[in-house]
Design a protein around this ligand. Sequence first.
Ligand SMILES: Nc1nc2c(ncn2[C@@H]2O[C@H](COP(=O)(O)OP(=O)(O)OP(=O)(O)O)[C@@H](O)[C@H]2O)c(=O)[nH]1
Ligand SMILES: [Mg+2]
Length: 293
Amino acid sequence: MVASPAFSTLQMFRYQRHLKAESGKSGGRNRRSGKSGEDLYVTVPVGTLVRNADTGEHLADLDHEGATLLIAEGGKGGKGNAHFVSSVRQAPAFAQPGIPGVSLTIDLELKLLANVGLIGAPNAGKSTLLAAISRAKPKIAPYPFTTLHPNLAVVDFEVGDSLVVADLPGLIEGAHVGAGLGTQFLRHIERTAVLVHLIDVHDATLLGKDISEVHDVIVNELRLFDPSLIDKPRLIALSKIDLVSNEEVEKIAGQLRQNLPIEIYPISSVTKKGLSFLVKAMREVVSISHELV
Ligand SMILES: Nc1nc2c(ncn2[C@@H]2O[C@H](COP(=O)(O)OP(=O)(O)OP(=O)(O)O)[C@@H](O)[C@H]2O)c(=O)[nH]1
Ligand SMILES: [Mg+2]
């Protein structure tokens, strides 16, 4: 099994559940040995965890590009009777049988490796933000639940370093009991250094929503999925500020600041306003958390 960034889901194993390397060929006349079977390399996304399904034993965490794990060793060919010929035994009546290869059942689990996770309600503008700060082209649409699987993208900096950002499906109240797309996809942000929580200010002002409640719904779903997600550094991005007045943005930011000791970044992925501050903050938090580990 080899980890490759070419894939970001385990979708390909949904239907193809049995994987078998080629068998070796039989030997032939004139003392010819059979051809060995080709090794089978199975490509999986970077971040795949491999367990033995019968014993639960952890076999590997394929956490970087090119990480390779020998899952099942092939067998060994036997030796025909010609191998045992000697001066006194010209046609031996025995041969050595081959040794069969290993077969086993494994469980695969994918935990994407991103530095930053984008979270928030459906339609908050997560995919649009990802598209605005990277070269990714995720699906964007003016309705909820456009994103069904996480999208990963690389955000490059002039100085040569980069961040991997994961755009996740939207969260709604009750996601932990299966509402909307549920919360299973949150496992992909268990290893990120920072979460960026997008809150759509246009939607909030239009509908006169209580911004603290809008915020708390998402945080509550994170907590119910895994309380340690709440301990991660988190930034708030107030999205779609091009659609509301500066006064409204300030009012909402002020209301959030009253209750939360958290940094707030007003952004528009359309006009690009505020994006460079947000991206700089992501990078700072990621580098601080790397120094800590
Ligand atoms: N005016 C404006 N519209 C935006 C902005 N960001 C996103 N939108 C629009 O908001 C809608 C939803 O954007 P998406 O990026 O698909 O939202 P999402 O958070 O990824 O939504 P889900 O994948 O459904 O969770 C789209 O119609 C976008 O064009 C913004 O900064 N300004
Ligand atoms: Mg989306």
